[in-house]
Design a protein around this ligand. Structure first.
Ligand code: ZN
Length: 451
């Protein structure tokens, strides 16, 4: 990589006046699931991105852009690939410290690892430190937006958004709502859930790049009254998001059936409280019945597919083909589910998504996979017109990928015949070492050390 300015010294005057990044570029023109996948992508082997005022002004062949604006500072990334930053549409920042914890499935996982970790977030200093670690790890992995569960403590949300704001990131987060079947110190009630969430919406939603998500953990840890309060809040603030969990594990589903005997199914619990619609993101959704699939599709709600979590916690094999690769798809994005998920890396997430689909007899094409990890996840969050694509007018949240980041990958890349093979090699073999640089709103927020 060569740079026309001093390394690490990007001045504000450069970014406000515009700057150019040179490299290969990858943009989406359409949904690759709805036609020939490769036709949905525009690739420039010698491309450039013109960034101005935090947004992408133009993407195209480098010679054209450099002719149009010859005086802007240029960062030349050579053969590296510039694309939209990854969007992780479901994660838990308080679980960063328990990633890679042994031997539990969902309900034991919560009791044994999650709740003890979340109790510590009553302390703002602990929460702030955890948020810093979490966000730095996201940027090291090229993830520029995540939809994040905090804990029941309002200060856990403050700490997270403060840290996100300091980095200039577009982040989605919310206070977990939980008023039963959890340690008393982690429980609110229907009224305080409503009041605290409302105060957090007033403080954070739409401030800078932050967006709020109303966040009941999952049906078993909320009373019907609390879920009703969450629905009432969403009706009051319909431009906020909703995030929760759905049908991850058979024991969980049986428990929901027992707790809500009058509801037709698990999704019916949320439906009855007004929590199903565009902007509602349901984590996992592995074991769905036909009514639930139809309701997800017709309502415009979205699924966060969390493959490394589903294999690590042993929850099951998500049906990508049945839900997404059809004429009338459900909206689906990709997510790490850290710390139930075993990696911050969207490459690891893509690899496991591919492997899970393979176990169901379906091969996930790299054009579709990278779409899910960027624009697909952005669409889940109703942000598909702002982030998740390298296109004019989009916010300049970008990742620059070294396509030969390790000797094994470099030798494999010598034999690739086209872009798709190159992307497939990355999704199977790459990790955070492939992330050369990460940009948020046009500012470089991470740069890989020399390796
Ligand atoms: Zn989760």
């Amino acid at each position: 990589m060569t740079e026309s300015e001093n390394k690490g010294q990007i001045s504000k005057s450069h970014t406000s006046g515009g700057r150019i990044l040179k490299g290969q570029t990858l943009s989406y023109l359409a949904d690759p699931f709805l036609g020939e996948p490769t036709a949905a992508v525009r690739h420039h082997a010698a491309g450039a991105v013109w960034i101005e005022d935090g947004r992408v002004r133009q993407v195209g062949p480098a010679d054209e852009i450099l002719r149009a604006v010859p005086d802007l500072p240029v960062t030349d990334y050579g053969e590296a690939l510039i694309m939209a930053g990854f969007v992780d549409c479901h994660a838990h920042y308080p679980q960063t410290a328990i990633i890679a914890s042994y031997g539990a499935q969902l309900l034991d996982w919560l009791q044994k690892y999650t709740y003890p970790a979340e109790l510590r977030f009553a302390d703002s200093a602990h929460a702030r430190q955890a948020a810093e670690i979490y966000l730095d790890e996201c940027l090291r992995n090229g993830t520029t937006t995540a939809a994040v569960f905090c804990t029941v403590h309002p200060q856990s949300v403050d700490s997270f958004f403060e840290a996100a704001e300091a980095r200039g990131l577009r982040m989605v987060a919310g206070k977990v709502l939980m008023d039963r079947h959890a340690p008393p110190a982690l429980c609110d009630d229907a009224q305080t859930a409503y009041d605290d969430s409302k105060a957090l919406i007033a403080r954070w939603h739409g401030r800078g790049r932050n967006l709020y998500a109303i966040t009941p953990r999952f049906a078993p840890t909320s009373t019907p009254q609390q879920l009703e309060a969450a629905g009432a809040l969403w009706r009051e603030f319909p431009d906020t998001l909703v995030q929760t969990h759905l049908s991850e594990n058979p024991s969980e589903i049986a428990w929901v059936k027992k707790l809500f005997p009058d509801c037709p199914d698990y999704l019916g619990v949320y439906e009855g409280c007004g929590l199903v619609g565009p902007g509602a993101v349901f984590g996992h959704a592995i074991h769905l019945n036909p009514r639930e699939i139809e309701l997800l599709r017709d309502s415009g709600a979205a699924i966060a597919h969390c493959p490394t979590s589903n294999t690590f916690i042993g929850s099951g094999l998500f049906d990508m083909q049945g839900l997404r690769d059809r004429a009338d798809p459900v909206t689906v994005g990709l997510a790490s589910d850290v710390g139930g998920g075993s990696s911050f890396s969207m490459f690891a997430t893509l690899r496991t998504a591919y492997e899970v689909a393979q176990l169901r007899g379906y091969s996930l094409h790299p054009a579709k996979a990278f779409y899910l990890a960027t624009l697909g996840s952005a669409e889940c969050l109703r942000l598909g017109d702002r982030i998740g694509n390298l296109a004019a007018g989009y916010e300049a949240d970008l990742v620059v990928l070294d396509l030969a980041s390790r000797p094994l990958i470099a030798q494999r890349m010598q034999a690739v015949e086209d872009l798709w093979e190159a992307l497939f090699v990355q999704m199977i073999l790459a990790d955070d070492r492939a992330v050369l640089a990460t940009y948020a709103a046009g500012e470089r927020v991470y740069q890989r050390a020399a390796i």
